[in-house]
Design a protein around this ligand. Sequence first.
Ligand code: KG4
Ligand code: ZN
Length: 343
Amino acid sequence: MKILGIECSCDDTSISIIDSSKTIIANEVLSQNNIHKNFNGIVPELAARNHVLFIDKILEKILIEKKLDMKHINLISATAGPGLIGGLLVGLTFAKTLAQFNNIPFIGVNHLEGHALTTRLTDDTEFPFLLLLISGGHTSFYFVSDSNKYKFLGGTLDDALGEAFDKVAKLLNLGFPGGPLLEELAKKGTENLVDLPRPLIKKDTLDMSFSGLKTAVINKTKDKFYRDKYSSADIAASFQEAVSDILCSKINKAINFCDNSISPFRNVVISGGVASNKYLRFKINKIVERNGKNIYFPPPNMCTDNGAMIAWAGYELYKKGIRSKLNLKARPRWPLEEIRSRK
Ligand code: KG4
Ligand code: ZN
């Protein structure tokens, strides 16, 4: 089977074609960074307009390049939420139109489910697994026992981790998108120099908080003592170290909790845009291995938003007999644990 995946929930326009034996035939991601960098953040209306401008051209390009035709496509899967409503409507309407016109089954996928199942496409990760999703809008732990069964275990009480990276990067005048630029700068700095808090690290739950950490960075960068003594690179490195301490401590707790209170499991998956951070990958790898579990990260280009993960999630649902009707609505908010109400 060949599956077309369409992802427009934020600022990347992505269309991919995969097949049911896990070959990624095409994975085209058109970034809008050049547009949004002028505003130091994503402008939803501009994002929507640019999805409209390019979505059909991207499809045409990959069909020509791969010498394929819509008649070769057996399933169309598109992100139906959560995300920015303008982009969701563009992707979903495009997908439904293609599905109706070409008489192809259609599935609306939860974006978080795309991130959750990516390593089943790239690495054959088996259920059940502990998932930590760290993206621009979400920072949560789930226990995933099947492609339609997500148990929320805990997460951030305020900022998402990617948001915290982006805000700290903005503060350090690094530009947009902040996460990868902050990671680059941190390589030149010394960690542990700037004294930063690790909010909620001692709390026994999986609650996390990144807004306090961000505020501490704001205060430190305003403080003359710190400004004279430490470079932006030291601040970036110390921020990243604080984030890593928080994540590693909570991953430890999450593993113990799942082992003792949910079910035996062997696999841990870390996904979402922030999971492409090499420093965090290194630290998390060590803590997960120490717990005797297997760790899975998507390849860096598939940690961030892409159509292939949406195609794969759609295919997993298709195998379960799930189909969406053509009147499926876009959902700007759609928690993963409410996944059963997809129809
Ligand atoms: O998953 P994603 O592409 O979009 C959402 O679903 O939100 O994640 C985007 C987020 C942004 O906040 C971006 O700054 C962050 O992931 N990010 C990173 C890195 N690459 C992307 N954060 C830290 N280090 C990175 N290397
Ligand atoms: Zn995402």
